[in-house]
Design a protein around this ligand. Sequence first.
Ligand SMILES: [Zn+2]
Length: 369
Amino acid sequence: MSWSWKICRLAGIPVYLHWTFLILIAWVVYGHWAAGNDLATTAEGVGFVLSIFGCVVLHELGHALAARRYGVATADITLLPIGGVARLERMPERPSEELVVAIAGPLVNVAIVATLWLAGVRVPSSSQDPQFLVDGSFLPKLMTVNVFLFLFNLLPAFPMDGGRVLRALLALRMEYSRATNLAARIGQFMAILFGYFGLTTGNPMLLLIALFVWIGAEGEARQVLERVSLRDIPIRSAMLTDYKTLAPSDTLGHAVGLLLAGTQQDFPVLGVGQADRVLTRDALLAGLARGGNDLLVGDAPLIELGRVEIGEPLAPAIARLRQGGEPCLEVTEHGRPVGLLTIENVGEFLMVRTALATARQAKLEPISG
Ligand SMILES: [Zn+2]
């Protein structure tokens, strides 16, 4: 995820911090400063925010480790001011498994509350007062926050866990895409409510949540729709078959000629060691800046060319391209290269399919009025 810094690695999963979290820290420091607190109290306030962080990381780790049980890896965990995001490689499609993965996070917060409770921590009655989160003592505050995190995450709206729980419960009774659409609608209704209360009470946090929920619902519905419509489509139909390749002994000048002559931006370089490599447009430009037209392709900064077998389904290959890292994939048949899958070409393929589907619908449904 961009605009994030990697802070550590837990159970093999990199943990990132999104820059907007700094706004939260700044807000806490400002709150203490405005109240005329000394440095020690302010430091404790910031320490408190950081320990909330810790709880959010554990929450996300709950999702990640539950997903790992079903063979789903987690690319990374990112911390945002409204919570964390564990980017799972995919969501298990079985509703019962999605239910377990979605609920595992909030259950971590329950476990933290239970542990604090067993350790004798109690929340005083003054916790109703918002000032409690500033003035209260550390552990009762941490307990309150975890109760809040639990309740907040179970709101039935994407991208919150409650949205997934709701979808999983619906999907036990109806088709997955219908369940997603219904859950997304409910989520957008919640977003409108958040937005309304945010405006009437002048609470910017609620407005921010409304925005996240609205975007989350749209994104989730679109992704599932695409996954469902791409199911059963083979890679063969979306791959590029007419494309240029390079040899390590070609010059960058030759590559520039190919770049300017067509729309292709990434060129497979065949015959370098075991796996094939790829010369991306950025690498080509970097190579030109370093060594000019005469530099050999083999000496330019090449990256490894990922492969997919022609019989594999299209959707996971697209997901792999979208996740970044790989600009294109070499399509092989029995280990022999037969095509190239690029994000641009897949985009065109999807546009054509949408246009054809619209045309079919227009023929079937006469326009009235
Ligand atoms: Zn969660």
